[in-house]
Design a protein around this ligand. Structure first.
Ligand SMILES: O=C(O)CCC(=O)C(=O)O
Ligand SMILES: [Fe+2]
Length: 333
């Protein structure tokens, strides 16, 4: 230890006499010789091994960058080959189309801007409103305050007419409706696409006791399907008259599981109409706001509308055991 310390101390030669230095040098060489002889005596190494090790150490010393570059390239090549391979294996083993939920739900944590937390400061639950008119909604329409509007959609024909069988018959009666590549969200269920959902045995669709629960969502991007479904529900009466609407809506339906916590990657605010069943929501601020804002949960009942800025509030849902939930969801902006 002492020897090594002395080697790296640049002032040491000035402070140590020539005689002491000679003595130390001699001792060092004796120790190295003893080490060398000891290693040879073990029989595990030969002089040739030691020479080769010395040659390699010189190569690394003279060319450290080249070694690092090869090492870095090796790691990059491994990541490039292993990542898609890992993805393929997982998606094959789990029999799901996407290992991560696709872009509607892509977890924006990696790319989203850091929040200034203004959206969640002082918010500890949804605003619950009743008999709301468009004028009353106007000042709130573009706020980040979550809102429930009680009984806002109770009068919609969809609350009575829309159900699993209606949706199945509609899709099966429109040629090509199931071939359209509309976004499909399987959440925690084992379905790969909407065709699989609509083809499940009626017992499971009605969740007979002992059947596995399921919960899915998808976009009605087929124009004929969308047109037929929109005959069952109007544009929500409370939305600002000039609000822009997308040309696709979403349906969420199923039992118990609900949606896992996520942020949405969508351009506008979202509204939902709860047509059947109760649904519990849990909202959480983005992690950087955890110290000023809080998470909270609430539930909606059939006939309620719910508005959440799902681009900035983490949100997850669940359905009470034994209930079937059916929701129409869309955006406005
Ligand atoms: O209704 C659900 O279960 C999930 C809805 C959702 O994630 C959304 O509206 O953004
Ligand atoms: Fe969402």
């Amino acid at each position: 230890m002492f020897l090594f310390w002395n080697r790296t101390d640049n002032n040491a030669p000035a402070r140590t006499s020539q005689r002491t230095q000679n003595l130390l040098g001699k001792k060092f060489i004796e120790k190295l010789d003893a080490l060398h002889d000891g290693a040879i005596r073990t029989g595990l190494v030969t002089t040739a091994d030691l020479q080769e090790a010395y040659r390699k150490s010189r190569e690394i010393e003279q060319n450290p960058n080249l070694t690092n570059i090869w090492y870095g390239l090796g790691i990059m090549a491994f990541i490039m080959v292993a990542t898609p391979l890992f993805y393929e294996i997982i998606t094959f083993l789990l029999s799901v189309r996407c290992f991560l939920p696709n872009n509607y739900l892509v977890i924006r944590e990696a790319t989203r801007p850091i929040s200034d937390c203004e959206f969640c400061k002082g918010v500890n639950g949804p605003l619950i409103l009743k008999n709301l008119t468009r004028d009353e909604f106007e000042p709130l329409a573009y706020s980040s305050q979550p809102i429930i509007i009680k009984n806002a959609v109770t009068h919609w024909p969809a609350t009575k007419l829309l159900n699993f069988t209606f949706i199945k018959n509609l899709y099966e009666s429109i040629p090509g409706a199931l071939d359209e590549d509309c976004q499909f969200l399987h959440f925690r269920s084992d379905f790969k696409n909407l065709r699989d959902v609509l083809n499940m045995p009626p017992e499971r669709a009605n969740l007979r006791e002992g059947d596995e629960t399921w919960y899915v969502g998808w976009s009605n991007c087929h124009p004929v399907v969308l047109g037929e479904l929109r005959k069952l529900y109007p544009r929500p009466h409370f939305l600002p008259a000039d609000a822009e609407m997308p040309n696709t809506d979403y349906i969420f339906l199923g039992y118990e599981q609900g949606a896992f916590m996520h942020l949405d990657y969508i351009p506008r605010l979202m509204w939902q109409a709860q047509l059947q069943g109760n649904k519990s929501w849990i909202l959480a601020p983005t992690p950087e706001c955890d110290h000023i804002c809080q998470s909270f949960s609430f539930y909606v009942e059939p006939g309620d509308a719910v508005l959440v800025d799902t681009r900035i509030w983490y949100h997850g849902t669940s359905i009470p055991k034994g209930q079937f939930a059916l929701t129409i969801q869309s955006e406005y902006g």
